[in-house]
Ligand binder design. Sequence first.
Ligand code: SF4
Ligand code: ZN
Length: 343
Amino acid sequence: MPVLCSSCAGKRAVLKRPKTGHSLCKECFFWAFEEEVHQTIVAAQLFKSGESVGIAASGGKDSTVLAHVMKLLNERYSYGLELTLLSVDEGITGYRDDSLETVKRNQQQYELPLKIVSYEELYGWTMDAIVKQVGLKNNCTFCGVFRRQALDRGALMLKVDKICTGHNADDVAETVLMNILRGDIARLRRCTAISTASEGDGVVPRCKPLKYAYEKEIVLYAYFKKLDYFSTECIYSPNAYRGYARTFLKDLESVRPSSIIDVIHSGENLSVRDGVRMPVQGTCARCGYISSQALCKSCVLLEGLNRGLPKLGIGKHHRLHHKILSQEPLTEKEERKLKAVEF
Ligand code: SF4
Ligand code: ZN
Protein backbone atom coordinates (compact mmCIF):
# COMPACT_ATOMS: atom_id res chain seq x y z
CA MET A 1 0.00 0.00 0.00
CA PRO A 2 1.40 3.39 -0.92
CA VAL A 3 2.29 5.61 2.04
CA LEU A 4 0.26 8.80 2.14
CA CYS A 5 1.77 12.19 2.83
CA SER A 6 1.62 12.79 6.57
CA SER A 7 0.93 16.47 6.02
CA CYS A 8 -1.87 16.64 3.42
CA ALA A 9 -2.96 12.99 3.71
CA GLY A 10 -4.15 13.30 0.11
CA LYS A 11 -1.18 12.53 -2.05
CA ARG A 12 1.37 9.75 -2.08
CA ALA A 13 4.51 10.38 -0.03
CA VAL A 14 7.60 10.39 -2.22
CA LEU A 15 10.23 11.05 0.43
CA LYS A 16 11.05 10.79 4.09
CA ARG A 17 12.29 14.12 5.41
CA PRO A 18 15.83 13.65 6.72
CA LYS A 19 15.27 16.31 9.37
CA THR A 20 12.01 15.06 10.87
CA GLY A 21 11.48 11.57 9.48
CA HIS A 22 8.02 12.61 8.16
CA SER A 23 6.80 11.00 4.94
CA LEU A 24 5.76 13.78 2.59
CA CYS A 25 4.57 14.39 -0.95
CA LYS A 26 6.63 16.67 -3.13
CA GLU A 27 4.47 19.77 -2.69
CA CYS A 28 4.29 19.47 1.11
CA PHE A 29 8.06 19.00 1.28
CA PHE A 30 8.64 22.10 -0.86
CA TRP A 31 6.30 24.09 1.34
CA ALA A 32 7.88 22.85 4.60
CA PHE A 33 11.41 23.57 3.34
CA GLU A 34 10.57 27.05 2.07
CA GLU A 35 8.59 27.95 5.19
CA GLU A 36 11.49 26.95 7.43
CA VAL A 37 13.84 29.22 5.51
CA HIS A 38 11.23 32.00 5.73
CA GLN A 39 10.92 31.46 9.51
CA THR A 40 14.71 31.60 9.84
CA ILE A 41 14.79 34.89 7.91
CA VAL A 42 11.94 36.41 9.93
CA ALA A 43 13.11 35.20 13.36
CA ALA A 44 16.63 36.55 12.87
CA GLN A 45 15.41 39.68 11.02
CA LEU A 46 17.98 39.06 8.32
CA PHE A 47 16.68 41.68 5.89
CA LYS A 48 14.89 45.00 5.82
CA SER A 49 12.50 46.10 3.11
CA GLY A 50 14.27 48.14 0.41
CA GLU A 51 17.65 46.51 0.94
CA SER A 52 19.76 45.34 -1.91
CA VAL A 53 21.20 41.87 -1.36
CA GLY A 54 23.98 40.03 -3.16
CA ILE A 55 23.50 36.25 -3.30
CA ALA A 56 26.89 34.53 -3.33
CA ALA A 57 26.44 32.15 -6.25
CA SER A 58 28.86 29.38 -7.16
CA GLY A 59 26.57 27.27 -9.32
CA GLY A 60 26.62 24.51 -6.66
CA LYS A 61 23.50 23.04 -5.04
CA ASP A 62 23.51 25.25 -1.94
CA SER A 63 23.76 28.59 -3.68
CA THR A 64 21.39 27.51 -6.46
CA VAL A 65 18.76 26.53 -3.89
CA LEU A 66 19.47 29.76 -2.01
CA ALA A 67 18.95 31.89 -5.13
CA HIS A 68 15.76 29.99 -6.02
CA VAL A 69 14.28 30.21 -2.51
CA MET A 70 15.31 33.85 -1.97
CA LYS A 71 13.61 34.88 -5.20
CA LEU A 72 10.51 32.86 -4.37
CA LEU A 73 10.19 34.12 -0.77
CA ASN A 74 10.96 37.70 -1.81
CA GLU A 75 7.90 37.49 -4.09
CA ARG A 76 5.67 35.33 -1.85
CA TYR A 77 6.15 37.49 1.25
CA SER A 78 6.95 40.84 -0.39
CA TYR A 79 10.29 41.22 1.37
CA GLY A 80 10.97 44.20 -0.89
CA LEU A 81 14.56 43.13 -1.62
CA GLU A 82 16.59 43.84 -4.70
CA LEU A 83 18.49 40.63 -5.44
CA THR A 84 21.69 40.22 -7.44
CA LEU A 85 23.83 37.14 -8.02
CA LEU A 86 27.48 37.63 -7.07
CA SER A 87 30.04 35.09 -8.24
CA VAL A 88 33.74 34.70 -7.71
CA ASP A 89 35.86 33.27 -10.50
CA GLU A 90 38.88 31.70 -8.79
CA GLY A 91 40.39 30.75 -12.13
CA ILE A 92 40.19 26.96 -11.85
CA THR A 93 40.09 25.41 -15.30
CA GLY A 94 37.74 22.48 -15.61
CA TYR A 95 35.82 23.46 -12.50
CA ARG A 96 34.93 27.08 -11.96
CA ASP A 97 34.67 27.88 -15.66
CA ASP A 98 32.04 25.14 -15.96
CA SER A 99 30.19 26.04 -12.77
CA LEU A 100 30.05 29.69 -13.85
CA GLU A 101 28.23 28.56 -16.97
CA THR A 102 25.60 27.15 -14.59
CA VAL A 103 25.40 30.48 -12.76
CA LYS A 104 24.91 32.25 -16.10
CA ARG A 105 22.01 29.90 -16.87
CA ASN A 106 20.58 30.54 -13.37
CA GLN A 107 20.78 34.24 -14.10
CA GLN A 108 18.51 33.72 -17.12
CA GLN A 109 16.21 31.30 -15.29
CA TYR A 110 15.74 33.56 -12.25
CA GLU A 111 15.98 36.82 -14.19
CA LEU A 112 18.44 38.27 -11.71
CA PRO A 113 21.43 40.49 -12.50
CA LEU A 114 24.84 38.83 -12.17
CA LYS A 115 28.26 40.21 -11.26
CA ILE A 116 31.40 38.10 -11.54
CA VAL A 117 34.65 39.15 -9.88
CA SER A 118 37.81 37.19 -10.62
CA TYR A 119 40.99 36.49 -8.68
CA GLU A 120 42.91 37.33 -11.80
CA GLU A 121 41.49 40.85 -12.02
CA LEU A 122 41.64 41.46 -8.24
CA TYR A 123 44.96 39.85 -7.34
CA GLY A 124 46.71 39.18 -10.64
CA TRP A 125 46.73 35.44 -9.87
CA THR A 126 44.41 32.59 -10.84
CA MET A 127 44.11 29.54 -8.59
CA ASP A 128 45.64 27.50 -11.44
CA ALA A 129 48.77 29.70 -11.23
CA ILE A 130 48.75 29.67 -7.42
CA VAL A 131 48.62 25.86 -7.29
CA LYS A 132 51.57 25.74 -9.69
CA GLN A 133 53.56 27.77 -7.20
CA VAL A 134 52.29 26.59 -3.81
CA GLY A 135 51.33 22.98 -4.52
CA LEU A 136 48.24 21.16 -3.33
CA LYS A 137 48.75 21.37 0.39
CA ASN A 138 47.88 24.95 1.28
CA ASN A 139 45.96 26.00 -1.81
CA CYS A 140 42.63 26.22 0.02
CA THR A 141 44.13 28.71 2.48
CA PHE A 142 44.89 31.07 -0.40
CA CYS A 143 41.55 30.42 -2.02
CA GLY A 144 39.52 30.89 1.17
CA VAL A 145 41.22 34.15 2.17
CA PHE A 146 41.01 35.56 -1.34
CA ARG A 147 37.36 34.55 -1.72
CA ARG A 148 36.28 36.28 1.45
CA GLN A 149 37.82 39.53 0.29
CA ALA A 150 36.69 39.07 -3.32
CA LEU A 151 33.05 38.77 -2.20
CA ASP A 152 33.40 41.98 -0.21
CA ARG A 153 34.98 43.78 -3.14
CA GLY A 154 32.26 42.53 -5.48
CA ALA A 155 29.60 43.62 -3.00
CA LEU A 156 31.15 47.09 -2.79
CA MET A 157 31.17 47.36 -6.58
CA LEU A 158 27.50 46.40 -6.63
CA LYS A 159 26.77 48.70 -3.67
CA VAL A 160 24.68 45.98 -2.02
CA ASP A 161 23.73 46.30 1.66
CA LYS A 162 24.30 42.65 2.44
CA ILE A 163 25.64 39.37 1.11
CA CYS A 164 23.83 36.11 1.75
CA THR A 165 25.69 32.84 1.42
CA GLY A 166 24.52 29.27 0.92
CA HIS A 167 26.10 27.85 4.11
CA ASN A 168 23.84 25.08 5.35
CA ALA A 169 23.41 23.40 8.74
CA ASP A 170 25.98 20.72 7.93
CA ASP A 171 28.57 23.38 7.00
CA VAL A 172 27.97 25.27 10.24
CA ALA A 173 28.12 22.09 12.36
CA GLU A 174 31.37 21.04 10.63
CA THR A 175 32.88 24.44 11.33
CA VAL A 176 31.83 24.25 14.99
CA LEU A 177 33.57 20.88 15.29
CA MET A 178 36.70 22.10 13.51
CA ASN A 179 36.99 25.18 15.69
CA ILE A 180 36.56 23.07 18.84
CA LEU A 181 39.22 20.63 17.66
CA ARG A 182 41.57 23.51 16.92
CA GLY A 183 40.72 25.43 20.09
CA ASP A 184 39.95 28.48 17.98
CA ILE A 185 37.78 30.39 20.43
CA ALA A 186 37.44 33.57 18.38
CA ARG A 187 36.19 31.67 15.31
CA LEU A 188 34.03 29.36 17.40
CA ARG A 189 32.20 32.37 18.73
CA ARG A 190 31.67 33.83 15.27
CA CYS A 191 30.92 30.73 13.23
CA THR A 192 27.45 30.01 14.59
CA ALA A 193 26.22 33.58 14.06
CA ILE A 194 23.47 33.66 11.44
CA SER A 195 24.50 37.15 10.45
CA THR A 196 27.54 39.30 10.94
CA ALA A 197 27.52 43.05 11.08
CA SER A 198 30.08 45.00 9.08
CA GLU A 199 33.39 44.73 10.94
CA GLY A 200 34.80 47.83 9.33
CA ASP A 201 35.16 49.68 6.06
CA GLY A 202 35.16 47.39 3.09
CA VAL A 203 33.43 44.56 4.94
CA VAL A 204 29.84 43.96 3.94
CA PRO A 205 27.45 42.30 6.45
CA ARG A 206 26.76 38.65 5.69
CA CYS A 207 24.00 36.22 6.54
CA LYS A 208 23.15 32.56 6.12
CA PRO A 209 19.43 32.00 5.40
CA LEU A 210 20.05 28.23 5.02
CA LYS A 211 21.76 27.93 8.40
CA TYR A 212 19.19 25.42 9.67
CA ALA A 213 18.63 23.59 6.36
CA TYR A 214 20.12 20.09 6.24
CA GLU A 215 22.35 19.35 3.29
CA LYS A 216 20.34 16.20 2.51
CA GLU A 217 17.17 18.29 2.25
CA ILE A 218 18.87 20.84 0.02
CA VAL A 219 19.86 18.01 -2.32
CA LEU A 220 16.28 16.64 -2.28
CA TYR A 221 14.83 20.10 -2.88
CA ALA A 222 17.18 20.75 -5.82
CA TYR A 223 16.45 17.29 -7.22
CA PHE A 224 12.66 17.40 -7.02
CA LYS A 225 12.55 21.01 -8.23
CA LYS A 226 14.85 19.98 -11.09
CA LEU A 227 17.10 22.96 -10.40
CA ASP A 228 20.03 23.46 -12.71
CA TYR A 229 23.19 23.12 -10.60
CA PHE A 230 26.77 21.99 -10.90
CA SER A 231 27.81 19.06 -8.73
CA THR A 232 31.46 18.38 -9.52
CA GLU A 233 34.05 18.81 -6.74
CA CYS A 234 36.86 21.28 -7.13
CA ILE A 235 39.86 19.61 -8.75
CA TYR A 236 42.15 21.10 -6.08
CA SER A 237 40.04 19.98 -3.15
CA PRO A 238 42.20 18.25 -0.55
CA ASN A 239 40.77 20.06 2.53
CA ALA A 240 41.41 16.91 4.54
CA TYR A 241 40.62 18.42 7.91
CA ARG A 242 37.11 19.50 6.97
CA GLY A 243 36.69 16.12 5.30
CA TYR A 244 37.27 14.33 8.62
CA ALA A 245 34.83 16.59 10.43
CA ARG A 246 32.31 15.96 7.65
CA THR A 247 32.66 12.18 7.78
CA PHE A 248 32.37 12.21 11.56
CA LEU A 249 29.23 14.33 11.40
CA LYS A 250 27.65 12.13 8.71
CA ASP A 251 28.29 9.08 10.94
CA LEU A 252 26.62 10.84 13.85
CA GLU A 253 23.71 11.87 11.61
CA SER A 254 23.13 8.28 10.49
CA VAL A 255 22.69 7.25 14.13
CA ARG A 256 20.77 10.34 15.20
CA PRO A 257 19.57 12.81 12.56
CA SER A 258 19.28 15.67 15.06
CA SER A 259 23.05 15.57 15.65
CA ILE A 260 23.59 18.34 13.09
CA ILE A 261 21.26 20.77 14.81
CA ASP A 262 22.52 19.59 18.22
CA VAL A 263 26.11 20.48 17.34
CA ILE A 264 24.99 23.91 16.09
CA HIS A 265 23.06 24.52 19.31
CA SER A 266 26.06 23.43 21.37
CA GLY A 267 28.22 25.93 19.47
CA GLU A 268 25.63 28.67 19.97
CA ASN A 269 25.41 28.03 23.70
CA LEU A 270 29.09 27.89 24.47
CA SER A 271 30.15 31.01 26.26
CA VAL A 272 33.63 32.36 26.49
CA ARG A 273 35.06 32.98 29.95
CA ASP A 274 35.72 36.62 30.80
CA GLY A 275 39.33 37.55 30.38
CA VAL A 276 40.04 35.25 27.39
CA ARG A 277 42.12 37.31 24.99
CA MET A 278 40.51 37.89 21.61
CA PRO A 279 42.29 39.25 18.56
CA VAL A 280 41.86 43.00 18.23
CA GLN A 281 40.58 44.04 14.80
CA GLY A 282 42.39 46.84 13.07
CA THR A 283 42.98 47.59 9.43
CA CYS A 284 45.63 46.40 7.01
CA ALA A 285 48.37 48.97 6.53
CA ARG A 286 48.53 48.16 2.83
CA CYS A 287 44.97 47.72 1.54
CA GLY A 288 42.80 48.97 4.41
CA TYR A 289 40.87 45.70 4.80
CA ILE A 290 40.14 44.48 8.37
CA SER A 291 43.05 42.72 9.99
CA SER A 292 44.20 41.80 13.47
CA GLN A 293 47.83 42.15 12.30
CA ALA A 294 49.73 44.96 10.59
CA LEU A 295 48.94 43.38 7.22
CA CYS A 296 45.82 41.43 6.31
CA LYS A 297 46.14 37.77 5.43
CA SER A 298 45.33 38.47 1.82
CA CYS A 299 48.17 40.99 1.43
CA VAL A 300 50.67 38.67 3.11
CA LEU A 301 49.66 35.73 0.90
CA LEU A 302 49.88 37.92 -2.17
CA GLU A 303 53.28 39.27 -1.17
CA GLY A 304 54.47 35.67 -0.72
CA LEU A 305 53.23 34.73 -4.19
CA ASN A 306 54.74 37.78 -5.87
CA ARG A 307 58.08 37.24 -4.19
CA GLY A 308 58.18 33.49 -4.80
CA LEU A 309 57.97 32.85 -1.03
CA PRO A 310 54.71 30.91 -0.85
CA LYS A 311 55.04 30.03 2.84
CA LEU A 312 55.02 33.65 3.92
CA GLY A 313 51.29 33.65 4.64
CA ILE A 314 51.12 30.07 5.92
CA GLY A 315 51.68 29.72 9.64
CA LYS A 316 52.62 32.56 11.89
CA HIS A 317 55.13 35.02 10.51
CA HIS A 318 53.65 38.17 12.00
CA ARG A 319 57.04 39.46 13.06
CA LEU A 320 57.99 39.69 9.39
CA HIS A 321 55.17 42.13 8.62
CA HIS A 322 57.25 45.21 9.43
CA LYS A 323 59.99 43.94 7.11
CA ILE A 324 57.49 43.51 4.30
CA LEU A 325 56.02 46.94 4.91
CA SER A 326 59.36 48.70 5.02
CA GLN A 327 60.65 46.53 2.16
CA GLU A 328 63.58 45.50 4.33
CA PRO A 329 65.34 42.45 2.84
CA LEU A 330 64.78 39.08 4.52
CA THR A 331 67.72 37.10 5.84
CA GLU A 332 68.90 34.10 3.86
CA LYS A 333 67.54 31.76 6.52
CA GLU A 334 64.12 33.41 6.45
CA GLU A 335 64.02 33.20 2.65
CA ARG A 336 64.96 29.54 2.72
CA LYS A 337 62.22 28.71 5.21
CA LEU A 338 59.56 30.56 3.28
CA LYS A 339 60.42 28.97 -0.05
CA ALA A 340 59.99 25.37 1.04
CA VAL A 341 56.82 23.94 -0.44
CA GLU A 342 55.46 20.45 0.05
CA PHE A 343 53.63 19.25 -3.03
FE1 SF4 B 1 39.28 26.89 -3.58
FE2 SF4 B 1 40.03 24.75 -2.18
FE3 SF4 B 1 37.44 25.28 -2.56
FE4 SF4 B 1 38.95 24.49 -4.60
S1 SF4 B 1 38.46 23.28 -2.76
S2 SF4 B 1 37.46 26.16 -4.63
S3 SF4 B 1 40.90 25.44 -4.13
S4 SF4 B 1 38.90 26.50 -1.39
ZN1 ZN C 1 45.61 44.02 3.05
